[in-house]
Write a protein that binds this ligand. Structure first.
Ligand code: AMP
Ligand code: TRP
Length: 333
């Protein structure tokens, strides 16, 4: 059975983009696969984090994942720092990946911006750690949003170079699982930017802990244009905000974009936004409520993550021990 690995950064609260682009797929996949889901706190500190907020957000996002339907009994849910195998393999991969490869990573270029000399070295080697996350479990299927595609190609390049350099076939190829329609949910304030936890404006995203009134308000205030909705998808091409809202409605109601446009062609954004808010509330409000209930029991939540970490380590430790043996390290004590 193919093993699944995926991760989410506890740098804020998981949002609708995370849900439609990744988490909803994780929930579906767990019925047929062994899944390892990781709150990647090592990745989080590649940019500055407030320690107390990081701790709180790690627990909050764990609660959100369970509220979304991840089953921590049958699947593995844990925080990355609790399993040192990730950092051990990442170091080996730092020595396999080439500087030229990392220089091509568009997420690094975006995140570093003009300040390339001042960002952490962790941000630069971030994709090597991500490759280690996956390969430490010999996972082969990785459900993510479209923004992670390039990182997964790099993870394959690293595995291939490791196998080649050491004349082994130890790390398998991995396959990205990316949902076409919702691979990229955009900001509510700017249809050309992806919805992101790190956007300074909370109005730009729907967080999975938002209540009904907050969701309704954010959708009412979402940026749009003056035209009514068109009757075919191609007409949305130069209208990123409109395209984003239509895509969201399609995803959350389980329809295609053409089917949504059939229904709303000629309508203004007033009535469309009302329907969109209604559909989002029907879906997100129960997740939000369940999250708050789970967060009332932090000791229980922590025990789930710790049990998950023990199970994760039981898989990753022997694989990383073997990788260390392959590169020539003496056995661990
Ligand atoms: P992150 O929030 O960066 O830790 O991302 C966690 C998961 O959600 C990854 O699989 C991302 O690809 C996915 N994701 C993040 N933002 C979006 C977005 N705006 N649209 C679709 N998927 C996203
Ligand atoms: N980099 C991913 C993101 O920001 C999170 C992540 C870390 C991840 N390790 C991973 C995703 C391994 C999939 C597999 O979205």
């Amino acid at each position: 059975m193919a093993r699944i690995f995926s991760g989410i950064q506890p740098t804020g609260i998981a949002h609708l983009g995370n849900y439609l682009g990744a988490i909803q797929n994780w929930v579906k996949l767990q019925a047929q696969h062994e899944c390892v889901f990781c709150l990647v706190d090592l990745h989080a500190i590649t940019v500055a984090q407030d320690p107390a907020a990081l701790r709180a957000q790690t627990l909050q996002n764990a609660a959100i994942l369970i509220a979304c339907g991840i089953n921590p009994e049958t699947q593995i849910l844990f925080h990355q720092s609790a399993v040192p195998a990730h950092a051990r393999l990442a170091w080996i991969f730092n020595c396999v990946a080439r500087v030229g490869w990392l220089n091509r990573m568009t997420q690094f270029k975006d995140k570093a911006g003009k300040d390339r000399e001042a960002v952490s070295t962790g941000l630069y080697v971030y994709p090597n750690l991500m490759a280690a996350d996956i390969h430490a479990y010999h996972a082969t299927l990785v459900p993510v949003g479209d923004d992670q595609r390039q990182h997964l190609e790099l993870a394959n390049d690293i595995a291939e170079k490791f196998n080649h350099d050491y004349a082994v076939s130890f790390f398998p190829r991995i396959e990205p699982l990316i949902l076409a329609e919702t691979a990229r949910v955009m900001s509510l304030r700017d249809g050309t930017k992806k919805m992101s936890k790190s956007d300074p404006s909370a109005q730009s995203r729907i967080e999975l802990t938002d209540d009904a009134d907050t969701i309704a308000l954010k959708i009412r205030r979402a940026k749009t244009d003056a035209e009514p909705l068109p009757d075919h998808v191609a007409a949305l091409q130069a209208r990123p905000e409109a395209a984003n809202l239509v895509g969201m409605y399609a995803a959350i109601t389980g329809q295609t974009m053409p089917a949504v446009l059939q229904q709303f062609a000629g309508a203004g954004f007033g009535p469309f936004k009302e329907k969109l808010a209604e559909a989002l509330i029907a879906h997100i409000a129960p997740i939000s409520k369940a999250t708050h209930e789970l967060l009332a029991e932090p000791v229980y939540l922590e025990s789930i993550l710790q049990a998950g970490a023990r199970r994760a380590a039981a898989i990753a430790n022997p694989i990383v021990d073997e990788a260390e043996r392959i590169v020539g390290f003496l056995a661990r004590a």
